[in-house]
Design a protein. Structure first.
Length: 272
């Protein structure tokens, strides 16, 4: 395996599957849920944000959702919102997490929303970067980044340069797509079933956002090519305790491209 592969942590039982988990620091749990895409893992999404959580006196819990990272990757099944949410909750139960702050990007944001709706006492606050799950499937598939990712991953065989091309749609500045990142994600990509994208089913929860009972903090890049930045208004219109920060010169990965802004705000949130 590449020297740039994500670090190995612990495998945690999650019903019929096992989820890979990395834990850093001690204190109240801050659970990170990553986005989808070829070679995705929690560490790849959030390695720039771990120190902020630990410095704030919290425990950073990075979970590879089913089908991603080092977690179980079943084939021949639908990858549904329920599958992602129930396996994450089962893993956290087995880790002894009884309450947490959920931090999610893209698909991870959608699963954060589902968990907060289904288990309101479990989720203390939501922090989300360009969350999915709030538009209809057709809206997402019309986005240039999603269209490119699906056609490249599901419709063909990605090599390293193809992976680079897909990842560059996730950022405003391509400098963030480094050779190290390509290697980090390529070793995961080689084990991923196409079903994780071709059979992903995440219905819109856009009309349910008003039922969220915890504070919601959000971030969106103005140049996001994966999820429409106008989605922020859906939260602001429906959630009473809600803040969204829109960032210019930023794509889908706010926590990577503008990590100093994100980390400062995250620290403030955790100290509130």
């Amino acid at each position: 395996m590449s020297q740039h592969a994500p670090p190995h942590g612990e495998m945690v039982d999650a019903g019929d599957y096992q989820l890979h988990c990395l834990r850093y620091g001690e204190g109240p749990a801050v659970v990170f849920l990553h986005g989808s895409g070829p070679g995705a893992s929690a560490y790849s999404n959030f390695k720039h944000n771990i120190d902020t959580v630990v410095s704030a006196g919290h425990q950073a819990v990075l979970i590879d959702m089913v089908g991603f990272g080092y977690s179980s990757k079943p084939e021949g099944i639908d990858y549904t919102t329920e599958l992602f949410a129930t396996t994450v909750k089962a893993a956290l139960d087995n880790l002894g997490v009884s309450e947490c702050t959920l931090v999610g990007n893209s698909l991870g944001g959608a699963i954060c929303i589902r968990l907060a709706l289904d288990h309101p006492a479990f989720v203390k606050r939501l922090v989300m970067m360009a969350p999915g799950g709030i538009e209809e499937r057709e809206t997402y598939f019309a986005m240039p980044g999603i269209a490119k990712m699906v056609s490249s991953f599901v419709g063909g065989e990605l090599d390293r340069e193809g992976l680079r091309s897909v990842l560059e749609t996730l950022v405003f500045d391509p400098k963030w797509v480094t050779d190290e990142l390509i290697e980090e994600r390529f070793c995961i990509l080689e084990t991923q079933p196409k079903d994780v994208l071709s059979r992903m089913i995440v219905p819109s929860m856009g009309e349910q956002l008003g039922a969220l009972s915890c504070p919601v903090y959000g971030f969106w890049g103005q140049q996001d090519e994966m999820t429409p930045a106008t989605g922020a208004t859906k939260f602001l219109d429906q959630v009473d305790d809600c803040q969204f920060l829109m960032i210019a010169g930023c794509g889908h990965w706010v926590m990577v491209e503008h990590q100093s802004i994100f980390n400062k705000k995250l620290s403030d949130i955790l100290h509130s």
